[in-house]
Design a protein around this ligand. Structure first.
Ligand code: PHE
Length: 456
């Protein structure tokens, strides 16, 4: 039943449009919401960062998401071939696809490591070992896991093995079926966590931190990081949404679908923030703890709840499942390119991709322990891959895609595509999107990028 959702000949109206929505949402929602959003918000000073992130999502992220999916649906191809088809005489645009290829590998190198931590925490949650609200003990448990080279590598390989075999067999639709059923459960669990966290003593300070901006904390680096997160969150600037757009139906209402995905994704991030920050202040954690924040605070909230061990185990299982949808969409970019452009079979393309990631992922996995002091530009491998992808490659890809749509693809074509050949009555909206994509987005991303990288 579910296997037919992507198949144009078999799918029926509602279910399949819903299937597309779920797949796209599956790519957007992942560790970005549960892990990256809270840790970046903590490191970058809270509400001010959140505000910039919201602006970036609305003014740049959403229009870019519409543009990307439109291009993909128009070309019905992988991220590189899309530009061959849409601009056959201007070969340079293909660079966008190659940058996406590279971004996917770099993101996977650290994303698979964080997913590995989540898998490991499933078992630690089950044993009750992590059930503590003492910041010192929580820090030690997390530190012991990530600094151990063997367990770091093995958990990363477990993640790569599982997701690699899924993508190889092409059963991603089965995963979507699972995702569709389980994501609402994650959502409900987050709501319960929020309720618990908000009723802790001292919760108010967490809310102030999250929602009451201190404008003095908004520096160029903070702005760049917020923009980077907006791209990362909605899987933009690297061909994922191009590739997913190529699976969209002709009658899919792209503006409506992308807006829903953006809103749903945002609400998951906000719930994660509301679950975490009150607890951070109530239990005396450090908001700027970075990547370890979620792994320390979430268990702390569960300690204060009846049935904590059971719920916490379920929470980490669901987070692991949420990460699968995002990982599959990351892997799909190189796998589609290798199989469609280099004539590799799907199995071979998947194997090559996974092995490459395991190779460049190893320094990222070891960067919390033995390689912690091996740095380039003051960053260890984990931080460097994250920085290069989110704060450099995705914004750059975003600028190029905007320029392509705004200045090469053009308004008439965009209007035709986004209105489904005139069947949707949304001309005003399309014009606004075009204006954002042609001028506002590329200019603002460029300024943020150059400023954030201290070029001027
Ligand atoms: N959006 C995903 C998340 O937030 C990560 C991702 C980035 C997926 C880029 C695909 C492409 O977890």
């Amino acid at each position: 039943k579910y296997a037919s959702t992507m198949n144009p000949s078999k799918r029926d109206g509602f279910t399949s449009k819903f299937g597309v929505l779920v797949a796209t949402l599956g790519s957007a929602v992942g560790l970005g919401n549960i892990w990256k959003f809270p840790s970046l918000t903590g490191v970058n000073g809270g509400a001010g960062f959140l505000l910039v992130y919201l602006l970036a999502t609305l003014m740049v992220g959403l229009p870019l998401m519409m543009a990307e999916t439109t291009l993909g649906r128009a070309a019905r191809a992988n991220a590189i071939t899309t530009f061959d088809r849409l601009a056959p005489r201007q070969h340079g645009w293909k660079l966008i696809g190659w940058m996406g290829f590279l971004s996917a590998l770099l993101i996977m190198a650290f994303y698979s490591e964080v997913a590995g931590w989540v898998y490991a925490y499933i078992f630690k949650a089950m044993s009750g070992e992590v059930l503590t609200s003492d910041p010192k003990i929580a820090g030690e448990i997390f530190g012991a896991l990530v600094s151990n080279p063997t367990s770091s590598l093995i958990w990363q390989w477990v993640v790569l093995g599982i997701t690699g075999s899924i993508i190889m067999l092409g059963v991603s639709k089965g995963i979507e079926a699972v995702t569709r059923k389980l994501m609402p459960v994650l959502y409900i669990l987050l709501l319960v966590l929020c309720a618990r966290s908000l009723t802790l003593e001292g919760a108010a300070r967490g809310l102030t931190f999250l929602f009451s901006p201190d404008f003095s904390k908004i520096t160029p680096t903070v702005v760049l990081t917020a923009f980077g997160l907006a791209f990362f969150k909605l899987s933009l600037g690297m061909g994922t949404m191009l590739t997913y757009g190529s699976y969209f139906r002709e009658d899919q209402n792209i503006p409506a679908t992308t807006t829903r995905v953006m809103l749903a994704d945002l609400s998951v991030s906000l719930l994660a923030g509301i679950a975490i920050f009150p607890a951070v202040f109530a239990f005396g954690f450090e908001p700027a703890a970075g990547p370890s924040l979620v792994f320390m605070t979430i268990p702390a909230v569960f300690t204060a709840m009846p049935g904590g061990i059971v719920f916490m185990t379920i929470f980490f299982i669901l987070t692991a499942i949420a990460s699968v949808g995002a990982i599959l969409s990351l892997l799909e970019v190189p796998v589609a390119i290798l199989s469609e452009r280099f004539g590799m079979g799907r199995k071979k393309a998947s194997t090559c991709t996974i092995l490459t990631i395991a190779l460049i992922g190893a320094p990222a996995a070891l960067s919390q322990g033995v390689l912690a002091e091996t740095k380039l530009f003051g960053m260890n491998a984990f931080e460097l891959f994250d920085f290069l992808s989110s704060n450099v490659l995705l914004p750059l890809g975003g600028i190029l895609i905007c320029l392509f749509v705004g200045w090469v693809y053009g308004l008439p074509e965009l209007e035709k595509r986004l209105s489904n050949e005139g069947t949707l009555d949304n001309r005003g909206l399309i014009r606004a999107v075009f204006f954002l994509v042609r001028y506002v987005a590329p200019l603002s991303i460029a300024i943020v990028l150059l400023h954030g990288l201290k070029v001027f």
